[in-house]
Design a protein around this ligand. Structure first.
Ligand code: MLT
Ligand code: ZN
Length: 489
């Protein structure tokens, strides 16, 4: 079967939901928060993945809980009727993780968006999963604090979704992934029981007690339970920041430059790559910005005290001097904001490199060792050329995470087939380079087939954890892990 046909095939494990389950949910949520009309449910049948364009997944019913107790009640109904439960909020993910390919009950968690407690003295907040990342930071910034992980989709991504996918984004190079900031989680398990990970009564910032269940739920993509409250670490915001912009004649030199920045003793707060196509896409999208034309551009952000920021910027400029064709420095807040504004529109702008076409999220998120970045970048371009598909390359090169944004005409079946083949090759490339098939976007329903190759015997241990916590297999089935004994294709 052709690759595109495989993706379009309806999940064989899909079973119709017992109408009695819907009646029980309606009794809990009332008619307003129990969505059964097809046009309402259709809104929940996709995310930002290309897979969900080829194969939308219609839930049988959507409920909109406003509390942990309501989530637990919905999960108990799901367990009683053996129905899939799929948590969802911003749906900005690019891997089909919140798309209910097997139908069942979708939990729309966007009503659970409260900040419950801001505890500045103890560097933490307590919040619900449906709060949007930007809204959380708007609550913290007036106090001089922030939740420092910064996904490209800050205006859409919810904090619960970031934890469920262990999101990273532009500042992971210095601050690490979302999981580094999760101190504890309230979770509704597949039985409907509610637990707290990370010691329920604790407000400590660290713990060596017990198994690290918090870490287990970070990145579990809704397959082990539903996160209903989060205890998150926050940090004081640095008083100053500036951005070094460096241009290169060769893509490989940008990869090499990245290695040299660290060798120079600098840990930037962001180290982003844009290739020539990405620069052109941003210029087309944001008229007036006029990023300089180059084969590759690095944005290197330094944060800290003003004097230290300037000194570090000079070190970066000197380090890159021999490789780069031009190095510039900006610390005017408006200029810095404009540069990050340009970077943050890239995901949407990428499609502009070709008229009447669309950027598709597929094979877009590999991470490789930094030292192998130069050859990885060249290999990505070679794959795009071999399959004759325009592609922009950009991403969080400082943490080895590179995005390849393919741009196709989705009405052209041959192009669809080619882009899926090219994406498979990108994933294969990641493994060949000693990397991972996903640096930040997650596995969802588009990458389980690579899990055995990437994880080896550790996959069976993951499947055992899944079976122990979700014996009925109702928590977001078909995502993240291939079923035992299957290769996930
Ligand atoms: C980004 O870095 O902009 C995001 O991860 C999304 C994308 O790949 O476009
Ligand atoms: Zn990214």
């Amino acid at each position: 079967m052709a690759r595109a046909e495989q993706q379009r095939t309806t999940d064989a494990a899909r079973r119709p939901l017992d109408p009695a389950a819907i009646a029980e949910l309606r009794a809990i949520f009332g008619p307003e928060r129990t969505l059964t009309e097809e046009w309402d449910r259709a809104v929940y049948s996709y995310d930002a993945s290309f897979k969900s364009v080829l194969q939308p997944g219609l839930p049988d019913v959507v409920v909109q809980p406003a509390s942990t107790a309501e989530v637990a009640a919905a999960v108990r109904v799901a367990a009683k009727y053996r129905a899939p439960v799929v948590p969802r909020a911003g749906a900005s993910a690019m891997t089909g993780g919140s798309v209910p390919h097997r139908g069942g009950i979708t939990l729309d968690l966007r009503r659970m968006n409260r900040v419950l407690e801001v505890d500045l003295d103890n560097l933490q907040v307590l919040c619900e999963p449906g709060i949007i990342h930007k809204d959380l930071n708007e609550r913290l910034l007036p106090h001089g604090f922030s939740f420092p992980v910064d996904p490209g989709s800050t205006g859409m991504a919810t904090v619960g979704g970031m934890v469920a996918n262990n999101a990273c984004g532009m500042r992971a190079v210095r601050y690490g992934s979302t999981a580094h900031y999760v101190l504890g989680l309230e979770v509704v398990l597949a039985s409907g029981e509610v637990i707290w990970t990370g010691s329920p009564g604790s407000r400590a910032l660290q713990s060596a007690s017990g198994l690290n269940l918090t870490g287990l739920f970070c990145g579990s993509e809704g397959t082990l339970g539903v996160i209903t409250t989060l205890r998150l670490k926050i940090l004081p915001k640095s008083p100053a920041r500036g951005v070094v912009t460096a241009l290169f004649d060769r893509l490989e030199d940008a990869g090499e430059g990245t290695r040299l920045v660290f060798r120079g003793g600098i840990v930037p707060s962001a180290l982003e790559l844009m290739d020539r196509a990405a620069i052109r896409a941003v210029n087309a999208y944001k008229a007036g910005l006029d990023l300089p034309d180059a084969e590759a551009l690095l944005l290197i952000e330094i944060e800290g005290q003003p004097a230290g920021v300037r000194e570090a910027a000079q070190t970066v400029a000197q380090t890159l001097g021999a490789l780069s064709t031009r190095v510039q420095w900006a610390d005017d807040p408006a200029e810095v904001a404009a540069l990050w504004g340009a970077r943050s529109v890239l995901g949407a702008a990428a499609g502009l490199i070709r008229p009447h076409s669309t950027r598709v999220a597929t094979g877009e998120d590999i991470a490789v060792p930094i030292a192998r970045m130069p050859e990885t970048l060249r290999a990505i371009h070679a794959i795009a050329e071999r399959w004759a598909i325009p592609c922009t390359t950009y991403g969080h090169i400082g943490s080895g995470n590179v995005h390849s944004a393919f741009v196709i005409d989705p009405r052209d079946q041959d192009e669809v087939e080619r882009v899926l083949r090219a994406s498979d090759e990108i994933h294969e490339l990641a493994l060949a380079m000693g990397g991972t098939v996903t640096g930040e976007h997650g596995v969802g329903s588009v990458r389980p087939q690579f899990m055995a190759r990437e994880h080896g015997p550790a996959l069976a241990a993951m499947q055992a954890v899944k079976a122990a916590l979700d014996p009925l297999g109702i928590m977001n089935p078909g995502k993240l892990l291939p079923a035992e004994g299957s290769d996930g294709v």
